[in-house]
Design a protein around this ligand. Sequence first.
Ligand SMILES: Nc1ncnc2c1ncn2[C@@H]1O[C@H](COP(=O)(O)OP(=O)(O)OP(=O)(O)O)[C@@H](O)[C@H]1O
Ligand SMILES: [Mg+2]
Length: 633
Amino acid sequence: MKIFEKIDAHLQQHRTETWEGTFRDYLPMVIDNPLLAQRAHTRIYNMIKSAGVRLDDDGKEHYAFFENELFGVNEPLARIVEYFKAASLGSDVGRRILLLYGPPSSGKSQFVILLKRGLEAYSRTSQGAVYAIADCPQHEDPLNLMPHALRRDFQEETGIHIEGELCPLCALHLREKYNEDVYQVPVKRIFFSEKERCGIGTFVPSDPKSQDIAELVGSIDLSTIGDFGSESDPRAYRFDGELNISNRGMMEFIEMLKADERFLYVLLTLAQEKNIKTGRFPLIYADECVIAHTNETEFNEFLADKKSEALHDRMIMVRMPYNLKVSQEERIYHKLLRQTDLQGLHIAPHALRVASIFAVLSRLEEPKMAGLTLLKKLKLYDGEDVEGFRQKDMRTIQEQTEREGMDGISPRFIINRISSSLIKAGTTCINPIDVLRALKVGVDTHGQFKPAERERYNNLVADARREYDEIARTDVQKAFFVSFEQEALTLLDNYLDNVEAYLDQTRLTDPITGEEVQPDEKLMRSIEDKVQVPEYGKDSFRNEIFRKVAMAHRRGEKFDYTTHEKLKEAIEKQLFEERRDTIKLTISSRSPDTEQLRKLNEVIDNLVSREGYCSECANELLKYVSSLLAREK
Ligand SMILES: Nc1ncnc2c1ncn2[C@@H]1O[C@H](COP(=O)(O)OP(=O)(O)OP(=O)(O)O)[C@@H](O)[C@H]1O
Ligand SMILES: [Mg+2]
């Protein structure tokens, strides 16, 4: 069986990865490969970079490290990576605590989890390898053994700067066990592991009054204190606080601002001085990255509190708002649904999209620019140009917002609603209408929404539904065509030929009779009419289209029927109008005749094979669109 081979390979790899020796053996290794001496922030920065960095058209960096897990939050991620970069270059920001704040379920914990799991894996690679003094509970850097008097020479020869101090226990061992002979001190390769409390820690505040600081900085070991006689003997101390075990790596501080001030001040010393203050010992050197997160209410209280001013400027605060792009929001739900045990589930086309539209609408601030609706803004944010606004307007639009992305519906709310609707309905297919219904029930029954909020959300569900009506209709209409694309292209060509002849004031050759004919004004107007181009505006519209065609041609790009948003809409509407009556008759018929039945089956087949429907949701779609058409009458 393959699994045995895999286990063998795994064990083999583990054997080759492990390494034990002495400081004498280790020293040439680190001189040869200074990466081994990298400090915590640098290691994290290199880890993020090593997964790959992509530059987009605007010159912004995207990190593959986060790309399959965190969607639509590039800006905060860029700021965080910037922090690690500066810290790794030796800037003072490395001495600050990173504090993430944002609305519930905006991905803060997810971000930290990625770093933790990433570090665990990275410490198993050769670039991310970590070595430590073997019997140090804080797995400290072996280079801390280098006597101070020699450090400058060491740096001159090797370029490696050492800033750490031996911990009290290692200092004692060196004296008593190894007779001050640093060469003898045992060194081993370590692997970060949160489970084994090595290099990765987590601190969760509980009751601020009773929580023991020992959880953070360790404590006196009452069982051994008798053996050593003194409380200040490091052998009678347990260096097992979260800060101790996180040395070399990172510690997550959950809900930081809920913790008692005592804890915060310990953290500050750590960040600022890279020291842990522990009971009766001198300060203990530690090199680790502390990442804290908190919700906004507590964050604001903290900012307003004059007493904590000293803390403010020792933190780098990064706002982590919700994602505001519909397409990215869909990816979040896909990811979250994959993680639930709803195996074999079919997600109907647009089911997650309608949920995303609702969620993003709930997060957007009312636009301040004339002519810009909430829905247009939503599309613009997702990279679409809309009537009257283009991508280049985004900046101004964003500048007019105050706290966009900090309020609204969370991904967790949406996923809970979707899951509960599935369980209730007992189906194996989630369709958009069920999702919208589930959202509405959720909005109506959620205990924490205020009446005004509830009303606003209900209106947004209705908006999302109107968007869906358009989408549903288009899907059905397209499915009526043998090849919609082909017919759309033919109509486009036809329109462009006519426009060209019209602008050049020439005639066209009729393809069948070979006769010279006038441009078909009726056809052109019929198409233009679909997107409200008035008679007096037709020349400028035709000129614009023609310019775009020429431009695409010059750039060697294809101008197809989807290139120009407005023209696309016009062409689709024109095609649909031509078939309107057939479509309506076929899907609305109570007792379809043989021909209508054949067509219906073909339409369902098309929906299944081209658009990703299953037969269940394809039938639902037809029912729904038929009800829409009936209402239109
Ligand atoms: N932008 C995003 N991209 C991908 N997944 C996301 C995003 N935002 C939230 N999620 C997902 O939503 C879920 C909740 O997020 P997470 O637990 O990280 O939120 P949080 O900010 O820590 O919230 P809280 O303040 O409630 O602790 C996670 O499964 C996370 O993966
Ligand atoms: Mg969280």
